[in-house]
Ligand binder design. Structure first.
Ligand SMILES: [Zn+2]
Length: 230
């Protein structure tokens, strides 16, 4: 079970507004879900977020986990917890696509740009392209998303690894280029990755372009739906 200690108080380096930062006592990954683009939810990364947009000044705050404490950890008395008295400050919101896009566009370091692009892609996919819960993004957002996709695909040969192959294969599948996607999936022969490759090839054959959960039941559900349609 994931347990939290009393939060720490940090300040926005741009405007000095104060926020809470979570402190973990213990963490487990039981609730973690992993997706076909390598992203996840309910993992340690999502719980301890290192970037956010400051709701007060709207600037992006980086390296949240290394910011100095501005107050000692809150010590709420037991009765305050009992009556649900909230701490004075709030937590920073989870970063949305625009936060990572801004970092991607402004960073000059090539490897960091790649990381921001990947995070932007994963957040976009989870927001708009989740299987069974797809949402229409507006045209400008879609254009930015495609720019991020192209940037990652162009870096394919710079990062030769099975993970990069799986990532690019998933991008091709999600834009509907199933031939390129299958071509890349067929290049991955590490048997330890067959739990990703095998269902992903089926999603290509079924023409599924959404973000899929790895090991989830959504693929099976989809085949049943498709069978009914036939
Ligand atoms: Zn601020």
């Amino acid at each position: 079970m994931t347990r939290f200690a009393e939060p720490e108080v940090i300040a926005c380096p741009h405007c000095a507004a104060r926020y809470l930062r979570v402190v973990l006592l213990s963490f487990n990954t039981m609730m973690q879900k992993t997706f076909s683009d390598g992203g996840s939810v309910n993992g340690l990364q999502d719980t301890l977020c290192n970037v956010a947009r400051c709701p007060n000044c709207e600037a992006v705050i980086k390296d949240i986990l290394s910011l100095d404490l501005v107050e000692q950890p809150l010590k709420r008395r037991f009765w305050e917890k009992l009556v649900g008295k909230e701490p004075e400050y709030s937590y920073l919101p989870k970063p949305s696509f625009d936060v990572y896009l801004e970092l991607f566009e402004n960073d000059t370091q090539s490897d960091l740009r790649f990381n921001w692009a990947l995070k932007a892609l994963q957040v976009f996919n989870q927001t708009y392209r989740m299987y069974g819960n797809e949402q229409e993004a507006d045209a400008a957002l879609k254009q930015q998303y495609h720019r991020v996709c192209q940037f990652i695909l162009h870096r394919y040969t710079d990062y030769s690894s099975d993970e990069m192959t799986l990532l690019c294969a998933d991008i091709y599948r999600q834009v509907g280029d199933f031939q390129s996607s299958l071509h890349l999936y067929n290049k991955v022969d590490d048997r330890n990755l067959s739990h990703i490759v095998e269902p992903a090839k089926r999603w290509c054959e079924q023409g599924i372009t959404s973000l899929m959960e790895i090991g989830g039941r959504s693929g099976q559900k989809q085949s049943r739906i498709q069978k009914r349609r036939l």
